[in-house]
Design a protein around this ligand. Structure first.
Ligand SMILES: Nc1ncnc2c1ncn2[C@@H]1O[C@H](COP(=O)(O)OP(=O)(O)OP(=O)(O)O)[C@@H](O)[C@H]1O
Ligand SMILES: [Mg+2]
Length: 265
């Protein structure tokens, strides 16, 4: 349902051109949970932005359910994002002038069919699912990092997307907050069939995925699924890392955990 074909992207400044995505091709099926790992600067966030239609590649095809995102204008892309995509940014990107409940409602405000009342009702129920009802009217600067993260996650759920892209959703969180966030994402993936693409540095998060794509210097250097691995330019150290990432995935680890209603502070 999500397919990259020969995708290239570079950033240019006055002195140099940085090739960030170099001939990326892969296909992801509906309902898959895919982790993207790799060193800082390897192109993970760029790939996620391109996959969600937030950014355009220089060349190549990015197809979501058969629609090539690279061929759509901004207005059509905004519609696709509002209807089908949830995105959790690496640095949250909450709007500072809006309180928690209003931030969660943003994707719904972009959908003109809903009334203000309907939007607030939906946002409130999602707020409760991330145990944040007690902070509904707080502004981002009045929230802790973990609380901001939970609001960002709630915002990505509010339009019931069929695919969620999460960029380091558990970075900078303590164990308890990480677990809450992961449980919520896993619940969406396993119970509601939402496709999940998670960029992570955390091996514990990658272990939970059905499949792990490893990036290095703008390329996918390995693709591991259920212990089977396809690799490109594979070095022995990468092989070891990649195999261990998936081979340790047990049925127990993949069990669905319902989102907790407990408030974590
Ligand atoms: N808008 C931009 N202009 C210029 N260079 C950019 C831009 N965005 C990203 N880059 C460069 O592209 C490369 C890949 O960046 P990207 O954010 O995709 O990496 P990443 O794998 O997500 O890293 P991290 O793990 O640190 O988040 C980096 O070298 C970065 O400096
Ligand atoms: Mg990044």
């Amino acid at each position: 349902m999500l397919e990259f074909k020969n995708v290239f992207k570079s950033f240019h400044n006055e002195e140099e051109t940085i090739d960030v995505l170099k001939n990326i091709s892969f296909r992801m099926e509906t309902g898959e949970f895919v982790a993207i790992i790799g060193p800082s600067g390897s192109g993970k966030s760029t790939l996620l932005g391109v996959a969600a239609g937030l950014d355009k590649p220089d060349t190549g095809i990015v197809s979501l359910d058969g629609i090539d995102l690279t061929k759509q204008n901004e207005s059509k892309l905004a519609d696709i994002r509002a209807d089908q995509i949830g995105f959790i940014f690496q640095n949250f990107q909450l709007l500072p002038g809006l309180n928690a409940i209003e931030n969660i409602g943003i994707p719904l405000y972009l959908k003109s069919s809903l009334t203000e009342k309907e939007i607030l009702k939906k946002a409130e129920s999602i707020l409760e699912s991330v145990s944040m009802s007690h902070r509904a009217t707080h502004f981002p600067k009045q929230l802790s990092g973990g609380e901001e993260q939970r609001i960002a996650i709630a915002r990505s759920f509010v339009n019931d997307p069929k695919i969620i892209f999460a960029d380091e959703p558990t970075a900078n969180l303590d164990y308890k907050n990480s677990k809450t966030i992961l449980d919520l994402l896993l619940y969406r993936n396993k119970k509601q069939g939402t496709t999940l693409v998670v960029v992570t540095h955390d091996p514990d998060v990658a272990k939970l995925a059905d499949r792990v794509l490893e990036m290095k210097d703008g390329e996918i250097i390995s693709d591991s699924k259920n212990g089977l691995k396809k690799s490109k330019n594979q070095s022995p150290s990468n092989t070891k890392k990649s195999i261990s990432t998936t081979s340790k995935t047990t049925t127990k680890q993949k069990q669905v955990v319902k989102p907790t209603k407990k408030v974590s502070r």
